[in-house]
Design a protein around this ligand. Sequence first.
Ligand code: ADP
Ligand code: MG
Length: 360
Amino acid sequence: MIELKQVSRRYGDVQALAPLDFSVRQGEFVTLLGPSGSGKTTLLNLIAGMVPPSSGQIFVRGVDITHAPPSARGLGMVFQNYALMPHMTVFDNIAFPLRVRKLGKDEIRRRVTNVLDMVRLPNIAGRKPRELSGGQQQRVSLARCIVYNPALILLDEPLGALDKKLREQMQLEIRRLHAQLGITMLNVTHDQEEALSMSDRVVLMNEGRVEQIATPDELYRAPRTAFAASFIGTANLIAGTVEESGGEHIVVSTALGVLRAASASCPVPRGAVVNLLVRPESVRMTPAHDSAGAGDRTCHAGTLEDSITLGSVVRHHVRLPGDMQIVVQQQGGTRATAPAPGARVMLDWAPEDCQVILQD
Ligand SMILES: Nc1ncnc2c1ncn2[C@@H]1O[C@H](COP(=O)(O)OP(=O)(O)O)[C@@H](O)[C@H]1O
Ligand SMILES: [Mg+2]
């Protein structure tokens, strides 16, 4: 559907986007995810044609549109600040792109009514934007975008101004529209939950570079960098050096002693400086006295610092020797049943739940 080849953008001395190869398939929902300033809007604006690239080429359905004006690209854009025209009614706002395209009166009425039904706002065609809530305005800007069947819809943090509950509801709505219309969507957010819950694939960005392009599941289970591991969910990262890598496990020497990890997807030569990733839900915590070193698992004695209840899970912070903090997450249970802060505890995890990540 859309393909970028070595596309980059500089602003003076700032490399807003390093050369990037990337493509989106027909009907796919892809999210650009990253902290503020990582280059997400720059990438979206390059695709939309609002900003010319410093290098590279952009293709839509095989046609080179690198230097085409925005209006010739057949793309729709939805922004955080709605960008509705305040003096026009909802009907006229949505009809606007159709009038520009010189469609007939009846066709326009039919299409506007149809999209208002689609975004579940059937009775507000006569209102002005200021008479609508934030969520309703965002639905109207979505309707204005889908009404002319663009090949691709670009969404730049469209839900950023909405409160959490409404944001989650709109995420479902957008996914529903995506499935119903089979339209290709490229979404931008800094909210990892939104990216994971909505997307077929996620492009994780950091300082103008792509860290990883993967499905939400892969990104969580097999992050390729320490940044990716920490940005998606919570990561315990333990620095170390590879001692042995040929066998069943990779043996790594760390501040916690020699640890074993599952084989990595990339080659890790002896002597390589790495991080070990252990997710909080993979760590088992037991009171110090009844831990007897469970088979394959290595135990680490530490001190419980605090416990926080997050709905159905409890999160513990445990201090280990060498001033290392490990986050432990337990399903069920409550803070009341956990050992008291200050208690001695034992932590352990299976080598299979420990992954090797090369240090950048
Ligand atoms: N028009 C501009 N002029 C100068 N620098 C810019 C401009 N637009 C973006 N940048 C810089 O490019 C980098 C990426 O910005 P942006 O793409 O807006 O990030 P994001 O959308 O991920 O927050 C930032 O360092 C930003 O300051
Ligand atoms: Mg932005």
